[in-house]
Design a protein around this ligand. Sequence first.
Ligand SMILES: [Zn+2]
Length: 306
Amino acid sequence: MSESIESDIAFEITTSVEKIHPFTRYNFYKKIPELKMTSHLSVYRLGSTLIDTGSLPVSEPLLSLLGSQKIDRIILTHQHEDHIGGLPALLKKFPAVKIFAPEKLVDIIHKGFTVPRYRRAYWGGLQIFDGEIIAYNEDSFFEQDQFLLKAIALPGHTPYQIGFLVEYKDVMYVLSADLYIAARLPAAWMETSVPDFIDSLQTLIDLEKKTGKKLFILPTHGKILPDGAEKLQVLLSWYRKIQTNVLECSSRLKTRDYYSIFFELYKEFNHGEFRSKGELSRLNLIRGVLDPVKNLPATLLQVPET
Ligand SMILES: [Zn+2]
């Protein structure tokens, strides 16, 4: 099941480093010519702790950006290849590093999974990782220098995803993993739970009111969001609207059949849905409302062949 990058996928990666005190953000960019876009991925460091590792093809560039910086702890947010793919290379460079992952995701990280080809074009494949992983959960916290990384459950993108809060002066930094990728997404991954997305986003927005500290979002993909609560609110409204539309359509058609609802709401499948063979599709949004994914692995909802 071990898999490496296919030779037909070119991995030219450019990098940059941003300092967002107390974090260092390592950015990786990859052109995807077939989609005429550039994909972006970040890995965050707080002192000697890394939050996620980036993907397999970024491990060499990451090690060179780290230079002489020692890493003694890696905390993973979820199981996707662009978050854990660097584990083998990092463990080789830092043999004493301690690796932590959400308790419910440790098995799936050890087992690995085959990354579909359309997704390998973004951030490569995955090698099986059989090193030791220490389980943590949403009540855990990690001390790093004078800072505290407080775990917070952020499911929605995938069950059991965990992010981190770090308070610093009047700011609440949120390492949000893949909770926020963009304000609107053209489709959803097959592991989506819309109610969990809504709850996770609302929990963070409420935190700003509760603590009086401004939310500063540090996502894995895309720009940093100093006006975090505002941006999360846009995404939250989008999910709420989808939820309302799907529920309304389901009750009007008197069906819970994802495909009937899909054709009523969206008429036809688009290029991205065919290309990903349904892994990234609006069918997943409909299921994410009616039957939110709570367990892994999620079953694939097939997109009919053209
Ligand atoms: Zn992900």
